[in-house]
Ligand binder design. Structure first.
Ligand SMILES: Nc1ncnc2c1ncn2[C@@H]1O[C@H](COP(=O)(O)OP(=O)(O)O)[C@@H](O)[C@H]1O
Ligand SMILES: O=C(CO)[C@H](O)[C@H](O)COP(=O)(O)O
Length: 409
């Protein structure tokens, strides 16, 4: 009797990854692809999903029983009522300042929505551009809909930045009076079975026709699940952006902070606009690895870079006008990389200080996931600057998403 398999697909900034696990949570298969048309183009997400499905070995295709999808939190796209993406998505790190006054008037007391990075700000911009005869979906919800050929649903965590309240289990009352409420998804808790894969799609990719789609989560929550974090540990995701998260007894409502609920715990934290993205702007992955070997992590470069991926910051400060500082650039590439690592470690430190201010405690140990987590020199620099022991977790975000698929109800 062949194993049943559980799949997790994660849509990040640099590409998409799939992990297939069995009931014992053993990783049976993984693969990743980068986006063909760039991150902002939703057809890239669909196209990379198709490539990942095409490349699955047949025995896996036939024995996947549950599938869950995660994606970047706060990347919103407009679609036709039939789920076809319209134009480019607005990515999580793009500030939309256009409807500030309207947003303040409909989100009184909801500070986390009153930022130009909220999905609400992006939703209003998309409605201004494309009208109200559209639906608005985040990355994870769009792809889940693509598998079902039904775009009705939205997963709770992915929609917090759009205004969904995990506590009240509703949209803000002020939305009821708007004409655009119909553009929002019907919210479902994470880890719930939504329905069976579309038959034509299953046939096209030779997949088990009985695959059940499970409502997924955000990329950072999936990383949290993969890391299996303890109450006294913190999570740092070193992906295109740096995300810091810790468990807290109560939710926190503040600009730049998101409170999610994962495995019945409140997970508080924030995502910077700085991260590995800036490394990729200057160096290939191989160059990063080789140049890192020349770095002495115990030394301080005394260069004070602020390595934001672009203008504007979400967390630890929420300022859409903050400019990156990338000069002076030393002649030595390894010295420059060293200084970038230090600048990123200082941003992470400020993140932890901000969470200390809001929660009253620091983690005893930091678990790190994401592309940057495999770098030992960066880890040592981070330990020197942050002064908290750090370990790397080899499990990927899509592995965490696959865990949701196992535990589906
Ligand atoms: N050895 C390394 N050290 C530091 N960063 C690395 C290393 N290898 C890859 N990266 C970075 O990892 C990033 C991709 O990580 P990933 O977690 O896949 O990101 P995302 O999920 O945001 O797409 C790239 O920006 C790349 O620069
Ligand atoms: O930065 C990101 C992409 O890499 C994260 O998706 C995101 O912005 C983190 O969001 P949340 O605060 O909801 O976990």
């Amino acid at each position: 009797m062949p194993d049943d398999f559980f799949g997790g697909l994660d849509f990040g900034t640099s590409g998409a990854r799939i992990s297939i696990i069995n009931f014992k949570k053993e990783l049976k298969y993984t693969n990743s692809v980068s986006y063909q048309y760039g991150f902002k183009n939703p057809n890239s997400w669909i196209n990379s999903c198709e490539k990942l499905l095409d490349n699955l070995p047949l025995d896996i295709k036939k024995n996947i029983v549950n599938l869950a999808i995660s994606g970047t939190s706060g990347t919103l796209t407009a679609c036709t009522l039939r789920g076809d993406p319209i134009g480019e998505a607005i990515p999580y790190d793009q500030a939309c300042n256009e409807n500030k006054i309207l947003i303040e008037s409909i989100t009184v007391g909801e500070d986390h929505l009153q930022t130009p990075y909220s999905s609400l700000a992006k939703a209003l911009k998309l409605i201004d551009k494309f009208g109200e005869n559209i639906i608005l979906r985040h990355q994870s919800d769009l792809i889940t809909g693509w598998f079902l050929k039904d775009w009705t649903y939205g997963e709770e965590g992915n929609n917090i930045k759009l205004g969904w309240s995990l506590i009240k289990e509703s949209w803000p009352k002020s939305y009821l009076k708007t004409s655009w409420q119909k553009c929002l998804p019907l919210i479902i808790k994470s880890g719930k079975i939504l329905g069976q894969i579309d038959t034509d799609l299953a046939e096209r990719f030779k997949l088990n026709k009985k695959i059940l789609l499970v409502s997924g989560t955000t990329d950072s929550n999936a990383a949290f699940l993969a890391a299996g974090l303890g109450d006294e540990e913190g999570l740092t995701v070193l992906g295109t952006t740096i995300v810091v998260k810790k468990i807290n007894k109560t939710p926190i409502k503040e600009k730049g902070i998101t409170t999610h609920r994962v495995s019945n715990k409140w997970i508080c934290g924030g995502a910077s606009n700085a991260g590995c993205g800036i490394l990729s702007q200057f160096f290939s992955d191989l160059e990063i690895k080789e140049l890192s070997r020349q770095i002495n992590p115990s030394k301080n470069t005394s260069l004070n870079l602020l390595p934001l991926n672009s203008r504007g910051e979400r967390f630890p400060v929420n300022n859409p006008f903050l400019e990156p500082i990338l000069s002076p650039r030393p002649v030595s590439d390894s010295l420059f990389l060293h200084a970038l690592f230090e600048g990123l470690a200082r941003i992470e430190l400020k993140g932890w200080e901000k969470l200390y201010e809001l929660t009253g405690s620091l983690p005893k140990r930091i678990v790190t996931t994401g592309g940057g987590s495999k770098n030992p020199q960066w880890r040592a620099i981070r330990e020197r600057i942050i002064n908290i022991p750090i370990i790397s977790c080899k499990k990927t975000t899509s592995f965490g998403t696959a865990l949701l698929a196992i535990n589906a109800k």
